[in-house]
Structure formats: structure tokens, C-alpha cells
Design a protein around this ligand. Structure first.
Ligand code: DQA
Length: 150
């Protein structure tokens, strides 16, 4: 059976454009381009269309969320450091009321104490953290399965 068509916004927050060369011992050597390609491959098998946005600017991420109200059914987000600081990003996720899966390459719960709190988790359907680039793939799978059931 062909799954329902889905439009998904994929948001990458600050500094994730540097993946591959940024602290590879923490974040791995896979580039953002490679991660996006893996997500596109998965999306194709699930009849999903992705719009992928990376920004180093909080406001641009919030604008992308607002726009997604008109076309997306769900959001996959790695908010980067905004995870730990941004009430505005959390409010935007609440405001658009789209199901959102939060992902992190690293396990934020075994790093510095300031990374252990996420403003985003409280408005996310769920969180996947610690599996490197696979966190994104697992997150997209989880989001698409969740959408199929709701
Ligand atoms: C991150 C974890 C954050 O604490 C950090 O600021 C990032 C990346 C991750 O994917 O592991 O930029 O979201």
C-alpha cells in the first residue's frame, strides 16, 4: 500500500552547516549534505516530500516554521544550541501546532550540564539523541510513522 503523501519541514539550527568538520569526535564526520541526502532517500520510500532549511539565525528558523503552517504536516528539527536557550523557537512550534520530532546527533544528556535541558522537548512529539547522523533518519521514520497513526 502506498503511504499517504506527506510534506515535511526539516530544520537544522546554528552551526550545523559545519557538520563533517565541526568537532568530529562529538558530531561525526558526515556532512549536512550527506545527512540531507539520506533523509531524501528515506522520504522517497515513504511518499514524503522534504523541504530542508538550515539557518544560523533564530528568526529565520521561526519564519520557516510559520510558513510551514500552510504546506507541511510535520517538522523534523535539530535546533542546535537553540535547544537550550530559545523560548521563542519553542513558542513558534507551539503556535504552528505541527507535530515535531526533535533530534540531536550527540546524546545531550551525557554532555555538559547546560545541554541537559531542552526548551523544545516539552512541545515535541518525541526526541532522538545520541545516534549521530542516524538520529535524523530515526527521527524522520518516527515522525512519518506517527503521522500514519494520527
Ligand atoms: C546538538 C547538541 C547541541 O547541544 C549543540 O549546541 C549543537 C548540536 C546535537 O545535534 O547534538 O549544536 O543539537
Amino acid at each position: 500500500m502506498t503511504p499517504n503523501p506527506r510534506n515535511i519541514l526539516v530544520l537544522h539550527g546554528p552551526n550545523l552547516n559545519l557538520l563533517g568538520s565541526r568537532e568530529p569526535d562529538v558530531y561525526g564526520t558526515t556532512s549536512l549534505t550527506e545527512i540531507n541526502a539520506r533523509l531524501q532517500e528515506l522520504a522517497a520510500t515513504r511518499n514524503a516530500t522534504l523541504r530542508i532549511v538550515q539557518s544560523n539565525h533564530e528568526g529565520a528558523l521561526i519564519d520557516a516554521l510559520h510558513e510551514a503552517r500552510t504546506w507541511a504536516q510535520g517538522v523534523l528539527i535539530n535546533p542546535g544550541a537553540l535547544t537550550h536557550t530559545s523560548i521563542a523557537l519553542r513558542d513558534a512550534i507551539s503556535a504552528v501546532a505541527l507535530p515535531c520530532v526533535e533530534v540531536h546527533l550527540s546524546n545531550i544528556y551525557r554532555r555538559e550540564p547546560f545541554r541537559r535541558h531542552s526548551y523544545i522537548s516539552g512541545v515535541a512529539v518525541g526526541v532522538i539523541s545520541g545516534f549521530g547522523w542516524r538520529s535524523y533518519v530515526l527521527g524522520l521514520l518516527a515522525l512519518l510513522d506517527w503521522l500514519d497513526e494520527h
